[in-house]
Design a binder for this molecule. Structure first.
Ligand SMILES: Cc1cc2nc3c(=O)[nH]c(=O)nc-3n(C[C@H](O)[C@H](O)[C@H](O)COP(=O)(O)O)c2cc1C
Length: 357
């Protein structure tokens, strides 16, 4: 591991991130019905902050009740939720990391069960059991989930306003960074991709039209967050499906986001359609992230199988990406980033643990 580059801080606007390995947003489906963070979230994120991840990206958090993936998602639309996030963000920062939050509307991938209940993300929660009818660009269901309602112009305006309000709440809760979720087949990605967007109005058809809502949201979020705090966008490099978004389209989107003042692009891919899984290979979004950086001219960080130490050695030696974002390796091991940085060397570990080293 090239520790020099790994431990080199990255400054985005007024926020200094201590290293280049960050925790990916991963939904825990563990909020109460009220969408407020619980002890699970505080222990889960707190231990990854102690574990050395430079930035903790709190999971997909809904901008409103109908925008959740499940009834157990975190929300950030109510005062009670903001209070819960205030404790969580303060704890992440006190334990030495930067606190980020991912804001999301699930669109048609909404009202499903927790992944470990029945067939999980493919199993709808019916309205009579506390579920709801999802909203989406077009009435095309995702897999076996409830068919969504096509959004009206006023639903679209409402989404822009709800993202802006959630951003103000994220600032008030103490988060340093917000990330807009425009990937993995959720609402903004559904607008971007012709596979999920069959609209005939100004939001469908050409790339310009399909980008309209995601770009409006990016602008509204940027305007609602203080100038010293960075805004990130999680975007898709490709849909891995015939007729879906290609890297060329993704590059145009990335350029436009850069012009709106977005600070970093978190580059992922896939998950738009139930039958189009991304390939299973190390660093699958790394090349795309590098070529997106070339055209967008802003910082990028790939996510997706970026945890292998040999791969990371090469990335930190020779890639142009600014950081890497790690998901499942950090579920398996909260101290993964510390091990990567320092192995068993004491100076990298909290003093409280030195007698074990
Ligand atoms: C349990 C779990 C929950 C996830 N929840 C989210 C989420 O809330 N938002 C998101 O953008 N991606 C989510 N993802 C995807 C991860 O953030 C990440 O992009 C993916 O796991 C690939 O990275 P990895 O190979 O390092 O795990 C989730 C993944 C897992 C395993």
């Amino acid at each position: 591991m090239d520790r020099g580059r790994f431990t080199e801080p990255l400054k985005l606007r007024g926020v200094k991130i201590a290293n280049r390995v960050w925790m990916s947003p991963m939904c825990q489906y563990s909020a109460g019905q009220d969408g407020v963070p619980t002890n699970w979230h505080r222990v889960h994120y707190g231990s990854r902050a102690v574990g050395g991840a430079g930035m903790i990206m709190v999971e997909s958090t809904a901008i409103g009740p109908r925008h959740r993936t499940t009834p157990h998602d975190l929300g950030i639309w109510s005062t009670e939720q903001v209070e819960g996030h205030r404790t969580l963000a303060a704890q992440i920062k006190e334990l030495g990391s930067v606190a980020a939050i991912q804001l999301n509307s699930a669109g048609r991938k909404s009202s499903h069960r927790q992944p470990w209940v029945q067939s999980g993300q493919n199993s709808a929660v019916p309205v009579q059991d506390g579920g709801w009818v999802p909203l989406a660009p077009s009435p095309r269901a995702f897999g076996r989930l409830t068919a969504p309602e096509e959004m009206t112009a006023s639903d679209i305006d409402h989404v822009v306003n709800a993202f802006a309000a959630a951003t103000v709440n994220a600032h008030e809760a103490g988060y340093d960074v917000v990330e807009i979720h425009a990937a993995h087949g959720y609402l903004l990605h559904q607008f971007l991709s012709p596979v999920s967007n069959a609209r005939q109005d100004g939001h469908g058809g050409s790339l310009e039209n399909r980008m309209r809502l995601p770009l409006r949201v990016a602008k509204a979020v940027r305007d609602a967050f203080p100038p010293e705090k960075p805004v990130l966008v999680r975007m898709t490099a490709t849909d891995w499906i015939e007729g879906g978004i290609t890297l060329d389209e993704a590059k145009v989107f990335a350029q436009r986001l850069g012009r709106l003042g977005i600070d970093l692009l978190d580059v992922t891919s896939g998950a738009l359609a139930a039958d189009a899984p991304p390939p299973n290979r190390q660093g699958l979004n790394l090349d795309s992230a590098e070529s997106i950086k070339q055209v967008a001219g802003i910082a990028v960080a790939p996510v997706g199988q970026m945890a292998d130490p040999d791969l990371l050695r090469n990335v930190f030696e020779s890639s142009t990406v600014d950081a890497v974002i790690v998901g499942r390796a950090l579920l398996r091991d909260p101290y993964y980033a510390l091990r990567l940085a320092g192995g068993q060397r004491k100076e990298h570990w909290p003093s409280q643990y030195h007698r074990a080293l």
